[in-house]
Design a binder for this molecule. Sequence first.
Ligand code: C2O
Length: 549
Amino acid sequence: AKVVEHTFHVGNITTRKMCQERTIIAVNGSLPGPTILVNEGDTLIVHVLNKSPYDVTIHWHGIFQLFSGWADGPEFATQCPIKPGHKYTYKFKVTKQEGTLWWHAHTSYMRATVYGALIIRPRIGRKYPFPKPYREVPIMIGEWWNANVMDVERIGMSTGGVPNISDAYSINGRLGDLYPCSKKHTYKLKVTPGKTYLLRIINAALNSQHFFKIANHKFTIVAIDASYAEPYRTSVVVIAPGQTVDVLMETNQPMADYYMAARPYNSAAVAGPFSDDTTTTGIVHYIGGPTKNSTAKMPILPALNDTATAHKFYTNLTGLTTSRFFVPVPRHPDEKMFITFGLGISVCGTPNGCINSPFGPMISFAASMNNHSFELPTSTSMLEAFANGVKGVYTEDFPDHPPLKFDYTKANLSSSLWMTEKNTRVKKVKFNSIVEIVLQNTALLTPENHPMHLHGFNFHVLAQGFGNYNNNKDRKKFNFFNPQERNTIAVPTGGWVVIRFRANNPGVWMMHCHLDVHMPLGLAMAFVVENGPTLSTRLPPPPADLPRC
Ligand code: C2O
């Protein structure tokens, strides 16, 4: 195992998009930022220098951070932000996982432009559990705003909690042929005919799940969220923000150009006010074939609200039991939680005073888990509070159940369920406890699907379905044999998912909706995992350069 070292300069760059020069925050001058490549077992060191005018932190999405919780990155959860002009060095070992992950800013909307791929190959001498691909290609789906994204969030939050929707989507930072003034810069993948390519697909979009296809080509899914999957053949990939999907693709088609394309999947099916329903494209060019883009074939993508296709894809994925990192489902949960979540309403306060709210000056959108809207502390990070035993930063009373049982699939319920309370409640669990969670989507205000992401752990997805979770009936559907393992799960609209994980890593671990529009509304909570009994199962002391609040 080796040490891989990078330096990230976070700062302003100008880029031409949608017919105008725009200033954005980016890492090392590029969008996406640098791809990090490691072998499993390596130590990764990244020096982050903040030359931007905003606070920043970087999160290594999906990395276990075993006994390195100080490097996880969410602002005010595991560290105070890196202030403009300051720096912080993230240092951690990448172990017990292989495949595709990514990194992104974990401060406000900044991850719209501050993100990149993090690829973990097997150790030298070890093989993939599938034939060695000819080439490996990261495909990052992104989301683009013409306005400054930091303003988009700030203004949206101060006026009732609905930031403006995006203006475009992108593939590897490029918008593609269908957007104004973008054709010249369309992403092009040049392929050699008769080979197998490994596409490492990452959804880095802020607020939209996506369908992804390449005309004429089929995929074999081999991994999701850096966890190997039983090979699964499909012509469409469905991917929620935060998720990754590794696919093998054979270049076995006639010598020509083929479009790759991504467009959103939005179960609520209200394009317009709530989501941008446009399509981003790239081109797969067969080397030696004709070079006229105009003849390239376009794939037919599912409709915006094609829940059947999305559900089929999401539920057909299973784990690869023969993989070297396959973890059998832990039996006998120590903690059983039932967590409802969705959109609601709250009374405006500071810092989200909502003067121009569409609901009037006192009311704004909110989102909650078990009827609590999560608020990050600002005086110190939760992890520092945990390590130093500081009281008053969070409370350990996040409830195991919602306050009431009701029909979670219906709107217009008692306003006591919409009016959420803002606070910083965590769920404390013992080291190594097995946690089972029923994640139940609610439709109090409007039905939506929420990609739920857990920091620090992969979880097994035991079952998923629509409607209200029914313990007697649905427990029989649990897959204990080869469930998919993920770090982000798209909980279906008006539906539920049951997950299970072993809390084998002390520290503070966020669980939140990976739609950035729902995070500041409070669709988040955190687990505090206590230290283990031995020195080697304790959280080490913080690094000396940990940023101060
Ligand atoms: Cu990919 Cu908490 O984030």
